[in-house]
Design a protein around this ligand. Sequence first.
Ligand code: MN
Length: 527
Amino acid sequence: MQSTSNHRRISIFDTTLRDGEQSPGASLFPTEKIRVAHRLAALGVDVIEPGFPASSPGDFAAVQQIARTVHGVEICGFARAIREDIDAAVAATSEAEHRRLHLFISSSQIHLDFQLKKSRDQVLELAREMIAYGRQFVDRIEFSPMDATRTGMEFLVQMVEAAIAEGASIINIPDTVGYALPEEYGRMFATVRAQARGGDRAEYSAHCHNDLGLAVANSLAAIQAGASQVEVTINGVGERAGNCALEELVMALDTRKNTLAMGTGVHLEEIYETSRVVSRLMNFPIAYNKAIVGRNAFQHEAGIHQDGLLKNRATYEIMDPERLGVPRNMIILGKHSGRHALKNRIGEFDVHVTDTQLDDMFTRFKELADANKRVSDDDIIALVGETVDMHIDPYSLVDIQVFTSNQMDRMASVKVRHNESGREETLSGTGAGPVEAIIHCLKQAVPLPVEFEDLELHSISSGETASGEAIVTVSVDGEKYRGIGIDRDIIIAVSRAFMSACNQAVRADLALRAEADALADAAQAGR
Ligand code: MN
């Protein structure tokens, strides 16, 4: 999505690797940071803030490597208004194609009194001095008066004026503690621009925290008031309640472009995958109901919604999940699903059932949904198998045994049925854990180079009868397949999910071969 002529282009400054990494528990190894930075570049962000070079040798090295190898984006070094920090940020970003230095110093009275223990005059002087120092090395200086939203307009204007006078060309007005309201935050930008000497020369940036759930609303207010850059993170990770989420802001601008007349350079189709990579590497799960990238964001369970959706997506969806790279088979069937949704899902397996068969299946489907809350594709395939005696899946799990030990490798023995021939085969394997051992068994049954990509585990009920849900992603030659397994035994749930993903891969492979054969036959016949 490129902005068209009458759309104002908003610059996306990604701080997933700096502010985002400051989330408790979200820290990354340097190699992981480098991987995320390449993803961000592919996503199409304009600026990456890859870390805080003065904070540790590892962060310094990661920023340096990112500056060296990530192209097509501006790389921003982050520094307190301290000479050593600036030296580190300047050195770490020296090989970047385009670079920027981001300098910050507190400006609110409470920070001055308790954290910096400096007077306003001292802080102003320090800001001037350090911006001038940084300007010797880097042309583009971004300046942030930290805790700007609790600073008071008069001093904020003085700080900004001083920063611009010393050569800062980008002024960030951070809502460091997530305190602002949209209208007042927007007004702050308009006031600073109008009142600070040289204020109309600078570019303005919004940096919002989500303590009151207002980070996206505040960022939108800022850009509507003239800011041209927003500082965001993937999945909204960041200090405390997090930062403005990239995916939410970008999709608000895209979905309401006719009203807002603004656009970004983000490639929407990369959003979902980027979100997954960041969530996984940071060990930071995404809330089910998280906007845009949460697993329920495009799921509809109520029967009336599913029915409407199947007739026309726009009845209940304002965005097309496929444009964001969200896999399509994510409609979850449960007790609120109607006949139409069940029929549709069965149709996706290329199975056609009579009305009587559908009635029968629908009754049993509702029983299953009441008992398990959710009905996975596996359950539906089993229902089809029982009703129309048809094998949709190439393979079924018959039995699983695992031997665990704290001394040796885990050993597993798995019996798999080849549904086409009815043949059963027993496979054995070992692994460092029970899941690995089982997967080593199952891989032997499948005639494709299956790679295990990802495992998510969720508890879907509580109490003694708790069952677990496993979602396994596999890839075959770069193509991804996702299987869901539900069981009271989590190891069995993972095995079912893996088998289901493999079955999808094999079905896709068989369909491709059938298509190729049909083409070849047609070519023969035409001769
Ligand atoms: Mn922040």
